[in-house]
Design a protein. Structure first.
Length: 256
C-alpha cells in the first residue's frame, strides 16, 4: 500500500477540521514576540494534533517534527508537519494555504503531500512521480518546459521574506523574469509541479515549509535546491523550477 493511500484520510480529516475556523473569528497568537509577527491559530494546533494522532496510530516507530508541537528529524523515518502553511493567508480569508505532510528517510525527502481543503485539492509525490486529485478529477502532474527566465513566471510569498543582502539578488531574478506573482506559500510550489508557474524563489524557510513539496516538484520533473545548488531539505534559501534551464539561470543570479 502506498503512503498516499495511508495518509490521505489523515490529511483530509485535518484539513476539514480547519474549515470550521476559516473565514470565521480566530484566536491569533504571535509566536515571534514584540517587533515581529509569526501567527498561529487554534486551527493550526487542531490540524497538527489530528495528524500526529493519525501518524502515531499508523506509524508508531516513526519520528515526528511539527511546526506547532516540535520534535526533531531523527534517524530512519521522520514525518514533517506544517498544519497550515500560509497561516497569514488563512487568517486573511485567502486561498493560498494548505496542510503539508512530508516524509524523510535519514534526512532525505521521500514523500510529500499538500492538501487545500477549501478547494478539495490534493497534490502528492514521491520524487519519481507526482499526482493531483480534486473530486473525481485525477491526473499525473508534469512541469512545463521553459527556455529561460525571460519566458518564465516567477512566484514568491513576498519580498519581506528576504534580508537586505538577499533582496538585490532576488530582484535580479525578478527583473529577468517575464512576470512575477506574490503570495502563495505552499500553493505556488504545487503550481510549479502542475506546470502553471515556472519558478519559485524563497528565503527564511523552515524544514516543515518545504519538506512535503520537494518530492512533489521532483516527482513532476522539476528541481529544488538551495541558492548554492545543494539540498533544500532543511529550508533556508530555496529555489524551485520546472525546467532546469530556468533553475540554472536563477542560480547564477542568486549566487550574486
Amino acid at each position: 500500500m502506498s503512503f498516499e493511500v495511508l495518509i490521505n484520510p489523515i490529511l483530509r480529516q485535518a484539513g476539514q477540521a480547519t474549515l470550521q475556523h476559516f473565514r470565521a473569528p480566530l484566536d491569533i497568537e504571535n509566536k515571534a514576540g514584540p517587533g515581529a509577527f509569526d501567527p498561529v491559530t487554534q486551527a493550526d494546533k487542531l490540524a497538527e494534533s489530528i495528524i500526529r494522532d493519525g501518524l502515531a496510530e499508523k506509524f508508531p516507530t516513526h519520528s515526528i517534527l511539527g511546526e506547532e508541537f516540535g520534535g526533531e528529524i531523527g534517524d530512519g523515518w521522520t514525518w514533517i508537519i506544517d498544519p497550515i502553511d500560509g497561516t497569514r493567508s488563512f487568517m486573511s480569508g485567502m486561498l493560498h494555504w494548505g496542510v503539508l505532510l512530508g516524509l524523510y528517510e535519514d534526512g532525505v525527502p521521500r514523500f510529500g503531500a499538500m492538501y487545500q481543503p477549501f478547494t478539495d485539492e490534493l497534490f502528492w509525490g514521491d520524487n519519481a512521480s507526482a499526482h493531483y486529485q480534486r473530486g473525481d478529477e485525477s491526473r499525473v502532474l508534469k512541469v512545463s518546459p521553459c527556455e529561460g527566465l525571460a519566458q518564465a513566471t516567477l512566484a514568491a510569498t513576498g519580498p519581506e521574506m528576504f534580508s537586505s543582502d538577499e533582496l538585490p539578488r532576488f530582484n535580479a531574478v525578478l527583473n529577468a523574469a517575464r512576470q512575477v506573482r506574490f503570495g502563495g506559500d505552499c500553493y505556488l510550489y504545487s503550481l510549479i509541479a502542475m506546470g502553471q508557474i515556472d519558478i519559485g524563489v524563497e528565503s527564511s524557510l523552515q524544514p516543515y515549509d518545504i519538506a512535503a513539496l520537494i518530492p512533489i516538484i521532483q516527482g513532476a520533473g522539476g528541481v529544488v535546491t538551495n541558492w548554492e545548488g545543494g539540498s533544500a531539505s532543511l529550508g533556508g534559501q530555496v529555489v524551485a523550477a520546472g525546467d532546469r534551464r530556468v533553475h540554472d539561470a536563477a542560480l547564477e543570479l542568486l549566487r550574486g
